[in-house]
Design a protein around this ligand. Sequence first.
Ligand code: AMP
Ligand code: ZN
Length: 107
Amino acid sequence: MDCLFCRIANKKTDTKLIYEDKNVSCFFDINPKAPVHILIVPKKHISSINEINSRNVNILGEMFLVAKKLAKKFNISEGYRLVFNIGKKAGQEVDHLHLHLLGGFKK
Ligand code: AMP
Ligand code: ZN
């Protein structure tokens, strides 16, 4: 299976990672919908929230903690959105779980 976000998250492409730890990688969205738009991605392939179960649910907590850390790092802690798109009908284009961190909005 050839998956774009598996390749990016595991450093098989030129995409620069802005954060990584054991289980999670983060990089800027190529088509940003906010002044700060970061994707938070598990290194292991999971297609979407629909594939979350009792064995892999901990990854979601890790992703939210990384989101909070990056919001602080990029000075957007006072206002940001965290979004999962689940399924094509909701606009999911890449079939590898990712959390959108969006911030830096002008009030
Ligand atoms: P979604 O629509 O929720 O599946 O989000 C996929 C996101 O991935 C979109 O916001 C795209 O702009 C972004 N994207 C697609 N290809 C890349 C890439 N090579 N590097 C960074 N972001 C990407
Ligand atoms: Zn993948």
